[in-house]
Ligand binder design. Structure first.
Ligand code: CP
Length: 343
C-alpha cells in the first residue's frame, strides 16, 4: 500500500495508518478521547515536559489547531514548522545532488527535530503528477525512516487523524458498536482534483468498524486498488460487504450515514486538463435534500473544509442531521487521546 520504512530503533509508537493498529487499541483510544471530552482527564498532565514537532508541507485549519491545542491542554508543547515558508525547504530523496530549491535534507531535519522533540507529525499531500510516486508516500516514509521518535500522519495519502474523529462521532450517535450500520461514502463534484486520502481513510475505518460500506462514485473515479483491497479485507473479517456503484438513488437508499468527499480521478492522474471536462459533467453528485430523503434519516458529515452548495447544499449542511461541527470538534479530543497514548 505504501513504503513506510519504520525505523527499527524508533522509540514509542507511530501512527501512520489506523491499519497498523489493532482494532482493540483503536477502540481504547476512542474511549479515552470520549473520557477526555467528558472532562475525565488523567491526574497529571499527560504531556508534561514533552514536545511534538508539527511539520506542515500543506495548509491546515483543523489539524494544526487541534494538534497545537491538544499538546498545550495536556501540558506539552507543539512546535509548528512549514518547510519552504518559515523553515528551510526539505529534500526527501536519498543520493540526490541538492542543487535545486531544497536547503536541507530530510535526514538532518528529522534527526535534529527528533533530538529536540518526543514525536514528529507530518502533513504532506501528493504532488498530483504521478500517482505511482505519490502512492509511495515519500515524505512520510522518509521522516519515518530517519526518526527514532514516534511519527504521526497528519494527512498524506491517508488521513488517520480524521478517521479517529469520524469513528468517534459515529459512535456517539449510533452507540459504540457500529457493526452493520449502513455507511455511504459519496464522491462529490469540486472544481479541483483533490486528494484521495480522506476517501481511502473513510473506506478503511468504516469497514474496520464493521460497517456496511457503499461507495458512490462516477465511472473513472475508483479508489486505488490497494486501499480497496484493505477495505475489502476489513469487511470480510467483519462479515460485511462493500458495494461500489454509480447509481445515485440506489446508493442513498436506506443509508444511516452519508459521508461526502471529492477526489481526483486516478485514471487521469496528472492529466488534469483531460479530466476537467469529465468532472464538469458530474455536478449532479452534490448531496442535497432530495437524495438525503432516500436514506433512513441518515446523518451527514464531511471532514471540512467544504465548498457549500458545490459538495452539499446549505439545507443538508445546516440540517439537524449534519455532524460536521461535531466531527471537527472531535479532532481535538482524539488528538489528545492519541498524544497521551503514544507519548
Ligand atoms: N479535515 C482537516 O484535516 O482539516 P484541515 O485541512 O483544515 O486540517
Amino acid at each position: 500500500m505504501n513504503n513506510y520504512t519504520d525505523n527499527p530503533k524508533a522509540k514509542g509508537r507511530s501512527f501512520l495508518s489506523t491499519q497498523d493498529w489493532p482494532k482493540e487499541d483503536l477502540v481504547r483510544l476512542l474511549d479515552l478521547a470520549r473520557a477526555m471530552k467528558d472532562g475525565k482527564l488523567p491526574g497529571r498532565p499527560a504531556l508534561a515536559g514533552k514536545s511534538v514537532a508539527l511539520l506542515f508541507f500543506n495548509p491546515s485549519l483543523r489539524t494544526r489547531t487541534s494538534m497545537e491545542l491538544a499538546a498545550w491542554q495536556l501540558g506539552g508543547k507543539a512546535v509548528v514548522l512549514q518547510p519552504g515558508k518559515d523553515a528551510w525547504p526539505i529534500e526527501v530523496k536519498d543520493g540526490v545532488v541538492m542543487n535545486g530549491e531544497a536547503e536541507e535534507h530530510v535526514k538532518e531535519a528529522v534527526k535534529v527535530l527528533a533530538g529536540f522533540c518526543d514525536a514528529i507529525a507530518v502533513r504532506a499531500f501528493p504532488k498530483f503528477r504521478d500517482w505511482s510516486l505519490d502512492k509511495k508516500d515519500p515524505v512520510l516514509s522518509a521522516v519515518a525512516k530517519w526518526s527514532d521518535k514516534p511519527v504521526i500522519n497528519m494527512e498524506t495519502i491517508v488521513h488517520p487523524l480524521q478517521e479517529l474523529a469520524l469513528a468517534m462521532t459515529m459512535r456517539e450517535h449510533f452507540g459504540p458498536d457500529l457493526k452493520g450500520k449502513k455507511f455511504l461514502l459519496t464522491w462529490t463534484y469540486h472544481p479541483k482534483p483533490l486528494n484521495t486520502a480522506v476517501a481511502n481513510s473513510a473506506a478503511m475505518i468504516a469497514t474496520r468498524m464493521g460497517m456496511d460500506l457503499t461507495i458512490l462514485r462516477p465511472a473513472g473515479y475508483d479508489l486505488d486498488d490497494d486501499f480497496m483491497a484493505v477495505a475489502m479485507r476489513n469487511a470480510r473479517e467483519n462479515g460485511q460487504k462493500i458495494t461500489v456503484t454509480d447509481n445515485i438513488e440506489e446508493a442513498y437508499r436506506d443509508k444511516g450515514f452519508v459521508y461526502a468527499k471529492s477526489w481526483g480521478s486516478l485514471k487521469y492522474f496528472g492529466r488534469w486538463d483531460e479530466e476537467k471536462p469529465i468532472r464538469e459533467g458530474l455536478k449532479r453528485f452534490i448531496v442535497d435534500r432530495a437524495k438525503m430523503a432516500l436514506t433512513n434519516r441518515a446523518f451527514f458529515s464531511h471532514c471540512l473544509p467544504m465548498r457549500r452548495n458545490v459538495k452539499a447544499t446549505d439545507e443538508v449542511v445546516d440540517s439537524g442531521q449534519s455532524l460536521i461541527y461535531e466531527e471537527a470538534n472531535n479532532r481535538l479530543h482524539t488528538a489528545k487521546a492519541l498524544l497521551a497514548s503514544i507519548l
